[in-house]
Design a protein around this ligand. Structure first.
Ligand code: GRF
Length: 189
């Protein structure tokens, strides 16, 4: 099965996938797609010999360029890993229940537009939450609203800074995201 990863930034989750699936003959991470030509994710992919494709808004929203690229590489499953643009309908329709995202909090809390990166952890701390965690979900046309596949929690102490929460959540992401995707893939067979 061929997977593509979409990432806009650092790509630490993308790297967790490159490592986890490296050497697995049945599951291939074929392509990294990004809207940001400066994304560190591109360099991480390069290190693992994975090619990257960069696109702009016009290509993404007004053409089938990205979809065609995915077809060219025979991509059957898409992983969003810190990808910040809304997914257009041509991709949503072609990858129904074959596209997942990870959110760094326990949805439905702390999701939606503007809730990404440190904004999420700041909101969690500000609200005095006792726990946070990760949510892995299918992707639909609305941000953070697709069916939830998996959640895992971590404690939040009242003395924790948003950066500390971010670190704890990130550990969960790297540990569980590739495993959960592997399970989704085997359920498709
Ligand atoms: C992660 O926290 C993920 O939950 C969110 O974006 C962040 C990406 O981090 N969707 P990285 O680029 O994988 O390091």
């Amino acid at each position: 099965q061929n997977i593509a990863i979409f990432a806009s930034g650092s790509g630490s989750n993308a790297e967790a996938f490159f490592k986890y699936f490296g050497g697995n003959k049945n599951i291939n991470i074929c392509l990294l797609l990004t809207n940001n030509k400066h994304a560190f994710a591109i360099q991480r992919a390069e290190k693992f010999g994975i090619p990257s494709v960069t696109f702009n808004r016009h290509e993404f929203y007004e053409t089938d360029g990205v979809l065609n690229k995915l077809k060219e590489h025979n991509i059957g499953f898409i992983v969003l890993a810190g990808f910040l643009w809304k997914i257009p309908l041509n991709l949503i329709d072609s990858y129904h229940r074959r596209m997942v995202n990870i959110h760094p909090a326990l949805l439905p809390k702390f999701g939606g537009k503007g809730m990404y990166g440190m904004h999420v952890h700041e909101a969690v701390v500000k609200a005095g939450e006792k726990e946070s965690g990760i949510t892995i979900h299918y992707v639909t046309e609305n941000y953070d609203e697709g069916e939830i596949i998996f959640q895992e929690k971590c404690d939040v102490a009242s003395s924790d800074s948003p950066e500390m929460v971010a670190r704890n959540v990130q550990k969960l992401e790297h540990k569980f995201y590739p495993e959960v995707v592997e399970k989704c893939l085997s359920a498709l067979k």
